[in-house]
Design a protein around this ligand. Structure first.
Ligand code: TXA
Ligand code: MG
Length: 328
Protein backbone atom coordinates (compact mmCIF):
# COMPACT_ATOMS: atom_id res chain seq x y z
CA UNK A 1 0.00 0.00 0.00
CA UNK A 2 1.17 3.50 -0.80
CA UNK A 3 -0.79 6.45 0.59
CA UNK A 4 -2.85 8.58 -1.75
CA UNK A 5 -2.22 12.27 -1.17
CA UNK A 6 -4.71 15.12 -1.34
CA UNK A 7 -3.40 18.69 -1.05
CA UNK A 8 -5.33 21.66 0.29
CA UNK A 9 -3.83 25.13 0.31
CA UNK A 10 -4.47 27.92 2.77
CA UNK A 11 -7.79 29.49 1.94
CA UNK A 12 -9.30 26.54 0.06
CA UNK A 13 -13.01 27.50 0.03
CA UNK A 14 -15.24 25.28 2.21
CA UNK A 15 -17.11 23.87 -0.80
CA UNK A 16 -13.86 22.75 -2.46
CA UNK A 17 -12.62 21.39 0.86
CA UNK A 18 -15.68 19.15 1.09
CA UNK A 19 -15.02 17.77 -2.40
CA UNK A 20 -11.32 17.18 -1.76
CA UNK A 21 -11.96 15.49 1.61
CA UNK A 22 -14.70 13.13 0.38
CA UNK A 23 -12.43 10.14 -0.30
CA UNK A 24 -10.36 10.49 2.91
CA UNK A 25 -13.59 10.85 4.93
CA UNK A 26 -15.05 7.73 3.26
CA UNK A 27 -11.84 5.90 4.06
CA UNK A 28 -12.16 6.83 7.76
CA UNK A 29 -15.74 5.60 7.78
CA UNK A 30 -14.66 2.28 6.31
CA UNK A 31 -11.89 1.73 8.87
CA UNK A 32 -9.01 3.28 6.90
CA UNK A 33 -6.03 5.27 8.18
CA UNK A 34 -5.92 8.96 7.23
CA UNK A 35 -3.13 11.34 8.25
CA UNK A 36 -4.30 14.95 8.52
CA UNK A 37 -3.00 18.29 9.80
CA UNK A 38 -4.12 19.87 13.04
CA UNK A 39 -2.89 23.18 14.42
CA UNK A 40 -0.39 21.29 16.64
CA UNK A 41 1.07 18.40 14.62
CA UNK A 42 -0.20 15.94 11.97
CA UNK A 43 -2.43 13.20 13.36
CA UNK A 44 -2.80 9.60 12.18
CA UNK A 45 -6.57 9.25 12.19
CA UNK A 46 -8.87 6.25 12.45
CA UNK A 47 -12.48 5.67 13.51
CA UNK A 48 -12.21 5.85 17.31
CA UNK A 49 -15.26 3.61 17.74
CA UNK A 50 -13.83 0.74 15.64
CA UNK A 51 -11.48 -1.68 17.40
CA UNK A 52 -10.10 -2.93 14.06
CA UNK A 53 -9.34 0.57 12.77
CA UNK A 54 -7.65 1.67 15.99
CA UNK A 55 -5.61 -1.55 16.12
CA UNK A 56 -4.30 -0.63 12.65
CA UNK A 57 -3.08 2.72 14.07
CA UNK A 58 -1.07 0.96 16.77
CA UNK A 59 0.44 -1.42 14.20
CA UNK A 60 1.30 1.36 11.72
CA UNK A 61 3.11 3.42 14.36
CA UNK A 62 4.63 0.54 16.31
CA UNK A 63 3.02 2.12 19.36
CA UNK A 64 2.89 0.39 22.78
CA UNK A 65 -0.68 -0.82 23.43
CA UNK A 66 -0.83 0.77 26.90
CA UNK A 67 -0.55 4.28 25.44
CA UNK A 68 -4.09 5.55 24.72
CA UNK A 69 -5.07 7.83 21.84
CA UNK A 70 -6.62 11.28 21.75
CA UNK A 71 -10.13 11.24 20.27
CA UNK A 72 -10.80 14.20 17.96
CA UNK A 73 -14.31 15.66 17.71
CA UNK A 74 -15.82 17.86 15.00
CA UNK A 75 -17.56 19.98 17.57
CA UNK A 76 -18.07 20.35 21.33
CA UNK A 77 -21.60 18.96 20.89
CA UNK A 78 -20.01 15.57 20.12
CA UNK A 79 -18.66 15.21 23.69
CA UNK A 80 -21.58 12.97 24.68
CA UNK A 81 -20.62 10.47 21.99
CA UNK A 82 -17.49 9.43 23.90
CA UNK A 83 -17.65 10.94 27.41
CA UNK A 84 -19.81 9.56 30.24
CA UNK A 85 -19.51 12.52 32.59
CA UNK A 86 -18.98 16.03 31.17
CA UNK A 87 -17.87 17.92 34.29
CA UNK A 88 -18.50 21.65 34.82
CA UNK A 89 -14.73 22.14 34.55
CA UNK A 90 -14.71 20.41 31.15
CA UNK A 91 -17.57 22.56 29.92
CA UNK A 92 -15.73 25.71 30.99
CA UNK A 93 -12.38 24.70 29.47
CA UNK A 94 -14.00 23.55 26.22
CA UNK A 95 -15.87 26.81 25.82
CA UNK A 96 -12.67 28.79 26.40
CA UNK A 97 -10.12 26.78 24.41
CA UNK A 98 -11.95 24.75 21.74
CA UNK A 99 -11.34 24.52 18.91
CA UNK A 100 -7.72 24.49 20.02
CA UNK A 101 -4.67 22.73 21.46
CA UNK A 102 -6.20 21.49 24.72
CA UNK A 103 -7.02 17.82 25.38
CA UNK A 104 -9.40 16.91 28.21
CA UNK A 105 -9.25 13.57 30.03
CA UNK A 106 -12.75 12.56 31.19
CA UNK A 107 -14.66 9.43 32.14
CA UNK A 108 -15.21 7.35 28.99
CA UNK A 109 -18.62 6.34 27.66
CA UNK A 110 -19.05 2.54 27.73
CA UNK A 111 -19.05 2.14 23.94
CA UNK A 112 -15.57 3.61 23.44
CA UNK A 113 -13.42 0.55 22.59
CA UNK A 114 -10.78 -0.30 25.19
CA UNK A 115 -8.07 -0.27 22.50
CA UNK A 116 -8.75 3.49 22.11
CA UNK A 117 -8.48 4.20 25.84
CA UNK A 118 -5.55 1.85 26.46
CA UNK A 119 -7.84 -0.09 28.80
CA UNK A 120 -8.42 2.93 31.07
CA UNK A 121 -11.88 4.09 32.19
CA UNK A 122 -11.05 7.56 30.84
CA UNK A 123 -10.86 9.00 27.34
CA UNK A 124 -8.82 11.96 26.06
CA UNK A 125 -10.75 14.33 23.75
CA UNK A 126 -10.23 17.55 21.85
CA UNK A 127 -11.70 19.64 19.02
CA UNK A 128 -8.76 20.48 16.71
CA UNK A 129 -8.05 24.05 15.66
CA UNK A 130 -8.01 23.67 11.88
CA UNK A 131 -11.20 23.87 9.81
CA UNK A 132 -9.70 21.15 7.63
CA UNK A 133 -9.53 18.66 10.51
CA UNK A 134 -13.01 19.53 11.76
CA UNK A 135 -14.50 19.23 8.27
CA UNK A 136 -12.85 15.85 7.73
CA UNK A 137 -14.15 14.53 11.06
CA UNK A 138 -17.64 15.94 10.47
CA UNK A 139 -17.76 14.30 7.03
CA UNK A 140 -16.61 10.97 8.46
CA UNK A 141 -19.35 11.44 11.06
CA UNK A 142 -17.43 9.55 13.71
CA UNK A 143 -15.00 10.56 16.48
CA UNK A 144 -11.45 10.17 15.14
CA UNK A 145 -8.66 8.68 17.26
CA UNK A 146 -5.40 10.30 16.18
CA UNK A 147 -1.95 10.04 17.71
CA UNK A 148 0.81 12.09 16.14
CA UNK A 149 1.50 10.67 12.66
CA UNK A 150 5.08 9.55 13.26
CA UNK A 151 6.70 6.18 13.85
CA UNK A 152 6.61 5.63 17.60
CA UNK A 153 9.47 7.42 19.36
CA UNK A 154 10.35 9.74 16.43
CA UNK A 155 9.80 13.51 16.43
CA UNK A 156 6.16 14.39 15.67
CA UNK A 157 5.41 15.49 12.08
CA UNK A 158 4.64 19.13 11.35
CA UNK A 159 4.38 18.72 7.55
CA UNK A 160 2.95 16.15 5.13
CA UNK A 161 6.51 15.36 4.01
CA UNK A 162 7.37 14.31 7.60
CA UNK A 163 4.33 12.00 7.63
CA UNK A 164 5.28 10.48 4.29
CA UNK A 165 8.86 9.90 5.45
CA UNK A 166 7.62 7.75 8.36
CA UNK A 167 4.32 6.25 7.18
CA UNK A 168 3.83 6.53 3.38
CA UNK A 169 3.48 2.76 2.97
CA UNK A 170 1.38 2.25 6.10
CA UNK A 171 -1.60 4.61 5.67
CA UNK A 172 -4.41 4.96 3.15
CA UNK A 173 -4.45 8.76 2.80
CA UNK A 174 -2.27 11.73 3.64
CA UNK A 175 -4.14 15.04 3.66
CA UNK A 176 -1.53 17.75 3.02
CA UNK A 177 -2.61 21.07 4.52
CA UNK A 178 0.82 22.69 4.78
CA UNK A 179 2.91 23.26 7.92
CA UNK A 180 1.34 23.15 11.38
CA UNK A 181 1.25 26.52 13.14
CA UNK A 182 1.87 25.48 16.76
CA UNK A 183 4.38 22.71 16.11
CA UNK A 184 4.16 20.82 19.42
CA UNK A 185 1.33 18.66 20.74
CA UNK A 186 -1.71 19.77 22.70
CA UNK A 187 -1.76 20.29 26.45
CA UNK A 188 -3.35 17.26 28.15
CA UNK A 189 -5.30 17.94 31.34
CA UNK A 190 -7.32 15.72 33.62
CA UNK A 191 -10.65 17.57 33.81
CA UNK A 192 -12.56 15.14 36.02
CA UNK A 193 -12.13 17.15 39.22
CA UNK A 194 -12.65 20.77 40.24
CA UNK A 195 -9.32 22.05 38.93
CA UNK A 196 -7.39 21.03 35.81
CA UNK A 197 -4.38 18.78 36.42
CA UNK A 198 -1.74 19.08 33.71
CA UNK A 199 -0.64 15.66 32.44
CA UNK A 200 1.35 16.94 29.43
CA UNK A 201 2.58 20.50 28.84
CA UNK A 202 1.51 22.17 25.61
CA UNK A 203 0.40 25.32 23.86
CA UNK A 204 -2.37 26.04 26.36
CA UNK A 205 -0.03 27.02 29.19
CA UNK A 206 -0.38 26.71 32.96
CA UNK A 207 -0.58 30.50 33.04
CA UNK A 208 -3.59 30.36 30.69
CA UNK A 209 -5.29 27.63 32.70
CA UNK A 210 -4.97 29.66 35.90
CA UNK A 211 -5.71 27.73 39.09
CA UNK A 212 -4.30 24.28 38.26
CA UNK A 213 -4.46 21.34 40.63
CA UNK A 214 -1.31 19.73 41.96
CA UNK A 215 0.13 16.85 39.94
CA UNK A 216 -0.35 14.77 43.10
CA UNK A 217 -4.11 15.03 42.46
CA UNK A 218 -3.68 13.22 39.13
CA UNK A 219 -4.97 9.68 39.41
CA UNK A 220 -2.36 8.45 36.95
CA UNK A 221 0.26 10.24 34.90
CA UNK A 222 -0.39 10.46 31.19
CA UNK A 223 0.62 6.94 30.11
CA UNK A 224 2.55 8.26 27.10
CA UNK A 225 4.90 10.16 29.35
CA UNK A 226 6.55 6.85 30.30
CA UNK A 227 7.64 6.01 26.74
CA UNK A 228 10.61 7.37 24.77
CA UNK A 229 9.54 10.28 22.58
CA UNK A 230 10.58 12.84 20.03
CA UNK A 231 13.98 11.22 19.47
CA UNK A 232 15.99 11.98 16.37
CA UNK A 233 18.85 9.60 15.53
CA UNK A 234 21.30 12.35 16.43
CA UNK A 235 22.23 12.91 20.07
CA UNK A 236 20.53 16.05 21.39
CA UNK A 237 22.60 18.26 23.71
CA UNK A 238 20.88 21.04 25.67
CA UNK A 239 23.22 24.01 26.17
CA UNK A 240 22.74 26.80 28.69
CA UNK A 241 21.28 30.02 27.26
CA UNK A 242 23.82 31.95 25.12
CA UNK A 243 26.32 29.04 25.15
CA UNK A 244 25.00 27.21 22.06
CA UNK A 245 27.65 28.47 19.64
CA UNK A 246 30.56 27.66 21.95
CA UNK A 247 29.09 24.24 22.78
CA UNK A 248 28.54 23.35 19.11
CA UNK A 249 32.03 24.54 18.13
CA UNK A 250 33.50 22.48 20.96
CA UNK A 251 31.69 19.32 19.82
CA UNK A 252 32.46 19.76 16.11
CA UNK A 253 35.83 17.98 16.32
CA UNK A 254 34.10 14.85 17.66
CA UNK A 255 31.50 14.40 14.92
CA UNK A 256 29.02 16.02 12.58
CA UNK A 257 27.36 18.74 14.62
CA UNK A 258 24.43 21.09 14.16
CA UNK A 259 22.97 23.97 16.14
CA UNK A 260 19.38 25.16 16.27
CA UNK A 261 20.08 28.81 15.61
CA UNK A 262 18.70 31.50 13.33
CA UNK A 263 22.08 32.13 11.62
CA UNK A 264 25.70 30.95 11.55
CA UNK A 265 27.23 33.82 13.50
CA UNK A 266 30.33 32.64 15.38
CA UNK A 267 30.05 29.04 14.22
CA UNK A 268 32.90 26.98 12.81
CA UNK A 269 32.40 26.32 9.09
CA UNK A 270 31.57 22.63 9.52
CA UNK A 271 28.78 23.18 12.07
CA UNK A 272 25.34 23.01 10.40
CA UNK A 273 22.73 25.63 11.18
CA UNK A 274 19.30 24.06 11.64
CA UNK A 275 17.42 27.29 11.24
CA UNK A 276 15.32 27.64 14.35
CA UNK A 277 14.50 31.23 15.20
CA UNK A 278 14.62 32.60 18.72
CA UNK A 279 11.56 32.84 20.95
CA UNK A 280 9.36 30.12 22.44
CA UNK A 281 6.60 30.17 19.78
CA UNK A 282 9.06 30.09 16.87
CA UNK A 283 11.11 27.38 18.55
CA UNK A 284 7.97 25.28 19.09
CA UNK A 285 6.91 25.75 15.46
CA UNK A 286 10.25 24.64 14.01
CA UNK A 287 11.72 22.28 16.62
CA UNK A 288 10.57 18.94 15.18
CA UNK A 289 11.41 19.95 11.61
CA UNK A 290 14.91 20.89 12.78
CA UNK A 291 15.37 17.55 14.56
CA UNK A 292 14.26 15.69 11.43
CA UNK A 293 16.59 17.82 9.30
CA UNK A 294 19.46 16.82 11.57
CA UNK A 295 18.78 13.19 10.67
CA UNK A 296 18.59 13.93 6.94
CA UNK A 297 22.01 15.58 7.28
CA UNK A 298 23.23 12.49 9.21
CA UNK A 299 24.43 14.62 12.10
CA UNK A 300 25.88 12.94 15.18
CA UNK A 301 24.95 15.73 17.57
CA UNK A 302 22.39 18.55 17.66
CA UNK A 303 22.89 21.39 20.11
CA UNK A 304 19.89 23.39 21.31
CA UNK A 305 19.97 26.29 23.72
CA UNK A 306 17.66 26.06 26.71
CA UNK A 307 14.92 28.68 26.82
CA UNK A 308 13.15 30.19 29.78
CA UNK A 309 10.60 27.82 31.35
CA UNK A 310 7.53 29.95 31.48
CA UNK A 311 4.49 30.04 29.20
CA UNK A 312 5.06 27.98 26.07
CA UNK A 313 8.74 27.66 27.05
CA UNK A 314 7.79 24.97 29.59
CA UNK A 315 6.32 22.75 26.86
CA UNK A 316 9.30 23.39 24.55
CA UNK A 317 11.76 22.40 27.29
CA UNK A 318 9.68 19.30 28.11
CA UNK A 319 9.97 18.13 24.48
CA UNK A 320 13.66 19.05 24.32
CA UNK A 321 14.48 17.04 27.43
CA UNK A 322 12.65 14.04 25.99
CA UNK A 323 14.44 14.46 22.66
CA UNK A 324 17.68 14.49 24.63
CA UNK A 325 16.67 11.26 26.37
CA UNK A 326 16.23 12.79 29.83
CA UNK A 327 12.93 10.95 30.33
CA UNK A 328 11.08 11.80 33.55
O1 TXA B 1 -1.72 17.81 19.58
C1 TXA B 1 -1.96 16.62 19.83
O2 TXA B 1 -2.37 16.23 20.94
C2 TXA B 1 -1.75 15.61 18.69
C3 TXA B 1 -2.70 15.94 17.57
C4 TXA B 1 -2.66 14.94 16.45
O3 TXA B 1 -4.00 16.09 18.10
N1 TXA B 1 -1.91 14.26 19.14
C5 TXA B 1 -1.02 13.65 19.96
O4 TXA B 1 -1.33 12.35 20.24
O5 TXA B 1 -0.04 14.19 20.41
P1 TXA B 1 -0.31 11.34 20.92
O6 TXA B 1 -0.96 10.02 20.82
O7 TXA B 1 1.02 11.47 20.31
O8 TXA B 1 -0.31 11.75 22.44
C6 TXA B 1 -1.45 11.53 23.24
C7 TXA B 1 -1.11 11.76 24.69
C8 TXA B 1 -0.23 10.66 25.23
O9 TXA B 1 0.70 11.20 26.14
C9 TXA B 1 -1.25 9.76 25.94
O10 TXA B 1 -0.68 9.00 26.96
C10 TXA B 1 -2.22 10.80 26.48
O11 TXA B 1 -2.34 11.75 25.45
N2 TXA B 1 -3.54 10.20 26.75
C11 TXA B 1 -4.42 9.70 25.87
N3 TXA B 1 -5.51 9.21 26.49
C12 TXA B 1 -5.31 9.41 27.81
C13 TXA B 1 -6.06 9.10 28.99
N4 TXA B 1 -7.24 8.49 28.92
N5 TXA B 1 -5.55 9.46 30.20
C14 TXA B 1 -4.35 10.10 30.27
N6 TXA B 1 -3.59 10.41 29.18
C15 TXA B 1 -4.05 10.05 27.98
MG1 MG C 1 3.04 11.32 19.80
Amino acid sequence: MVAAIVTLVDGTPPADMAVLLRDPADSLRRGGLVAFPTETVYGLGADAMSTDAVERVFRAKGRPADNPLIVHLADVSWLDRVVADVTPLATRLASTYWPGPLTLVLRAAPDVPSVTTGGLDTVAVRVPGTALARTLIAMADTPVAAPSANLSGRPSPTSAAHVAADLADRVDWIVDGGDCGVGIESTVVDARGERPVVLREGAVTREMLGDVGSDRDAVGRSPGVRHPHYRPQARVVIAAPTTGVATANGLAARGRTGLLAPDDRGLLADVQVLGTPVGAAETAASLYAALRRADLLALDTVVVEAISEDGLGRAVMDRLRRAAGHEG
